[in-house]
Every structure is written in C-alpha cells, then in structure tokens.
Design a binder for this molecule. Structure first.
Ligand SMILES: CC(=O)N[C@@H](CCC[C@H](N)C(=O)O)C(=O)O
Length: 377
C-alpha cells in the first residue's frame, strides 16, 4: 500500500533521531524540504538547531503559531520497522518524528492555501531536555516574530486514530529533573566493614523516595517521583565507592514541587548521616505546567464537536507528562491537545509504533481549525 508523502517524511526523520540541541541532521532535512516549497510567502530563520518559518497571510491582523519539537531519546529501538533508527542508541520514541511530519504537512498546506493571518511554524529543539522552548522564546528571532496565539499537539498511544483529547486549564504537570550523586568508600567485596557501600546507600534512597509521594503529598493532590536510571560501582566483587540516581519529579503545583524537593533534601541528608557518605543533588532542567487557555480551548472543543464529524473529541484529565511548550503558554494564549495514534506500547517505549494515519488526521484538522480561527477576529 502506498504511504502518504508526510508518512514517508516521518519515516525519514524516524531514522535520524538526535539528542536535544544536536538536531543537526534533522535541521538539515527540514531545511532541504522547506527549500523545495514555493518561496514567495516564506521567511525562514535559524535558531540554534531549531527553525522558525513565517508564512505571510493575505490580509494579516495577527500571527497564529504552530510548534513542533524535534529531538529523540536515548533508547535502543526495538520496533519491527524496516526504517529503524540509524543512530545507534537513539530513537524517536516520543513521537517527535510524527510531530515534525505533521508540522511540515500543515506548513505545505498553508503555503499552497494561504489564509488572512500570518502563520509562524516553530521547529523547537530539546523538548526532552534540557529544554528548548524557554531559550527560544528569549531569542531575538522569536521576539521579532512573536505570535498572538500558539498551538501544539502530542501523540497519544492510548487513543484510536481519529480521536483527539484535551481540556481547558492544566493539561501537563510541572517537572524537575533529579540527579543525586553519592560518594562513599570503595573496597573489597569480602570486607564490607572496611568500606562504605554506595550501592546499598543508593538502594535505600530509591526506596525512601517512594515514601515522599505516599506520606507527604496530600492524597487528593498528585505527584510523581520516578528514578529512571541508577549507576553505581565498577565490578561485582568491588564495593561501590559511587552511585548516581537519575530521575524526574512531577507535580500539579509549584507548592507541591517545593514540598517534594524539601523532603528529598531531608532524605538525602539522612542517607549522608546514616551511611557516612557525601551526597549532592542537582535538579537539572525543570518545565512549568502546560496550562491551556480556557477560552481558546473551549472554543476549539466546541468547534471540533460541531464542525468535525470525522474527529472524536475526548474530554481528558490532566496527565503527569511534562512539556516545555508550557513556557510558551505562560505568555501567549493557546493550547496543546493529544492526538490518537493507537499503539500498544506507550511513549518512551522501545517498541512504540504510532499509527501513521494520524498524520493526515492532524493535518486535516489543524488546517481547518486555523482557517476557521483566522476568520474569527
Ligand atoms: C511529553 C514527554 O514525554 N515529555 C517529557 C519531558 C521531560 C522533561 C525532563 N527531561 C524530565 O524528565 O523531567 C516527559 O518525560 O514527560
């Protein structure tokens, strides 16, 4: 069966996943594509490994923006695809390849069918970390093309193709990365009393961290601490002098974030005292929540409900995912919605295979929405 050109673009991008701020091949691929489009209405600016593209409207009163992320994740791909990642140890496992193909599809549509308003397409690096949205917003390139409203989507493995989901207000959580380094005293496996084992200390800490959510967060509030990676030691018969825990914290309020961090700091001090080691905490990068503008989101949801009988709208709950798109929404009204790509494996899974039919669903939906929105002012 023939696949659409944007599904093919997604496959090409799927093969070249790159970490945040190293999206060099991705940027080149996108630029090569943009170069082939009719240029009359297009203006292009580069920002680090990202790209900003403006399409001049026919009678602009404002600028409507669409943002896609670009980076991949450090995952060894285990899909059944013949177009698996060519970058050993990296994979587009969060759908940014789908997001970019959709953005190019939309951009192409509007180059061919311009609307009254100006359109701005943001290809933003480093969503998975250390965060490209905030520095991109602070850059002169964005400031000089600052949009009046901004929108984005994220693929959702749990919804069927043709379904979208969103809600007004908070959609995604506040996040903070978490890195804890423990340093003790290494030694011979047979003489534990002469050493100070950081594998044991780190294991205690991982277990204690679970109590913060269970015993310090109001049960009617929500928070997550996930330790996704532990490193420690050098060999099975050497007591580990060092251990490192890498994780992430998620909360729905900054008060809960401060509370969780305070409790983590106390527990880490306890580990230092209890295991006679030294510890350092680094919170890495943090993202603010994704808070959907209530008016725009409600209007969009009404519009989908009444005008798009090919799309099923789900009124979803908020999720503990993070997205630096939230920074754009702190200053510019807009929203993010989930796009159903039904697949049994979740985001960040080595076997995730999003259904590519969702690419055309998104292009068709958002192109109609922007055309409608442009007529509303
Ligand atoms: C949509 C999504 O999966 N986003 C990421 C954002 C990660 C932020 C940061 N690196 C962290 O781990 O806290 C997510 O994991 O939710």
């Amino acid at each position: 069966m023939a696949i659409s050109s944007f599904a093919q673009i997604r496959r090409d991008l799927h093969q070249i996943p790159e970490p945040g701020f190293q999206e060099v091949k991705t940027q080149k691929y996108l630029l090569d594509y943009l170069e082939k489009l009719p240029q009359e209405r297009l203006q292009i600016k580069l920002w680090r490994t990202g790209i900003l593209v403006k399409i001049a409207g026919t009678a602009p009163k404002r600028t409507i923006a669409w943002r896609t992320d670009m980076d991949g994740l450090p995952i060894v791909e285990e899909t059944s695809y013949p177009f698996r990642s060519l970058h050993e140890g990296y994979m587009h496992a969060c759908g940014h390849d789908m997001h970019m193909a959709i953005a190019l599809g939309l951009l192409t549509h509007f180059v061919q069918n311009p609307i009254a308003d100006d359109l701005l397409f943001l290809f933003q690096p480093a969503e998975e970390g250390p965060g490209g949205a905030l520095p991109m917003m602070e850059g002169e390139e964005f400031a000089s093309w600052r949009p009046d409203c901004i929108f984005a989507l994220h693929i959702a493995p749990e919804y069927p193709v043709g379904h979208i989901a969103t809600k007004p207000g908070i959609l995604f959580a506040n996040t903070s990365e978490l890195f804890v380094d423990l340093v003790g005293k290494g030694g011979h496996a047979a003489f534990p009393h002469k050493a100070n084992d950081m594998v044991v200390a780190g294991s205690h800490l991982v277990t204690q961290l679970q109590s913060v959510i269970a015993r310090n967060i109001d049960p009617l509030d929500s928070a997550v601490i996930t330790v996704g990676k532990i490193e420690g030691g050098t060999k099975q018969n050497i007591i580990a002098e060092r251990a490192r825990l890498e994780g992430t914290i998620r909360t729905f309020s900054m008060e809960s974030m401060a509370l969780v961090k305070g409790r983590i700091e106390s527990l880490v001090k306890g580990i230092e005292a209890g295991f006679e080691c030294s510890a350092t905490i680094d919170y890495g990068c943090g993202y603010c929540q994704v808070y959907n503008n209530e008016q725009l989101t409600n209007d969009f949801m009404d519009w989908v409900q009444h005008e798009c009988n090919d799309v099923t709208l789900v009124h979803c709950k908020e999720a503990m995912t993070g997205e630096d798109f939230g920074y754009f929404l702190t200053e510019i009204p807009g929203f993010l919605f989930w796009l159903g790509v039904q697949t049994p494996y979740g985001l960040h899974h080595a076997k995730i295979e999003p259904n590519e039919d969702a690419i055309e669903v998104a292009i068709h939906l958002v192109s109609r929405y922007f055309t409608w929105l442009s007529k509303q002012s």
